[in-house]
Design a protein around this ligand. Structure first.
Ligand code: PGA
Length: 255
């Protein structure tokens, strides 16, 4: 039985004041939530303050990105150790916006994954095809490449904390989510490829979460799929009430 995993990626939204106000409201909303791992990913500037606001609660904090090196002359970058010390226990790696707008590749994803695991951060590794790739029948090929190259050379004893997020690029911020059967098809495939990369035991326990226009109203039907273990939420994660509703629907999809 995999514990549902639900994360809000705030992207480049929220000042420190806005972020801590949200975190204060949200921690109250989560006080009665059991059997779900719930995470907020604020921008770096608000990460420490959000972690402090959530201290002692069941809600964790994630970085949205990291640099693969532990330190050095990398202006504008942040390391895994810095994220850990600021209060993060998780980090998002290879989000499609990082791949498309900032030139990240499967190789940089793998380097960042190794750095995160080395520092004790649980990685949330994003994969997913573009609309052109799906429509030209290359979806599985793209997912295979992203998983194979992204997860290469990971030590089995460290791999248990890896979460994989399936985020079809055509569904992100578009209001057009994958249907539950489309998500299930991709997630089952991803789990098979994770098994190839990391072994069957790791794959069986790995949370494969869905991202792309998740909101109250579709979260439950997505999470009810056998291989959908939660959600990575953008737009609907910017409001504590709507994100709390997504958590409730994802954690208890049958209700
Ligand atoms: P969205 O974003 O929920 O706004 O589509 C998802 C994401 O980018 O993780």
């Amino acid at each position: 039985m995999r514990t549902p995993f639900i994360a809000a990626n705030w992207k480049m939204h929220k000042t420190v004041v806005e972020a801590t106000t949200y975190a204060g409201i949200f921690r109250e909303r989560m006080a009665r939530v059991r059997d779900a791992e719930v995470v907020l990913a604020p921008p770096f500037t608000a990460l420490h303050a959000v972690a402090a606001t959530l201290e002692g609660s069941r809600v964790g904090v994630a970085g949205q990105n990291l640099h693969a090196e532990p330190q050095g002359a990398f202006t504008g970058e942040v390391s895994a150790g810095m994220l850990r010390e600021a209060g993060a226990a998780y980090v998002i790696i290879g989000h499609s916006e990082r791949r498309q707008l900032f030139g990240e590749t499967d190789e940089t994803v793998n380097a960042k994954l190794q750095a995160a695991l080395g520092a004790g951060l649980a990685p949330i590794v994003c994969v997913g095809e573009t609309l052109a790739e799906r429509e030209s029948g290359r979806m599985f090929q793209v997912l295979n490449r992203q998983i194979e190259a992204g997860l290469v050379s990971v030590e089995a004893e460290r791999a248990g904390s890896i979460v994989v997020a399936y985020e079809p690029v055509w569904a992100i911020g578009t209001g057009r989510n994958a249907t539950p059967p489309q998500a299930q098809e991709a997630h089952a495939h991803i789990r098979q490829r994770v098994a190839r990369a990391l072994g069957g035991d790791i794959a069986a326990g790995c949370r494969v979460i869905y991202g792309g226009s998740v909101k109250p109203g579709n979260a439950g039907a997505l999470a009810a799929q056998a291989d959908v273990d939660g959600a990575l939420v953008g737009g609907a994660g910017l409001d504590p009430g709507s994100f709390a509703e997504v958590v409730a629907q994802s954690a208890a999809p049958a209700v």
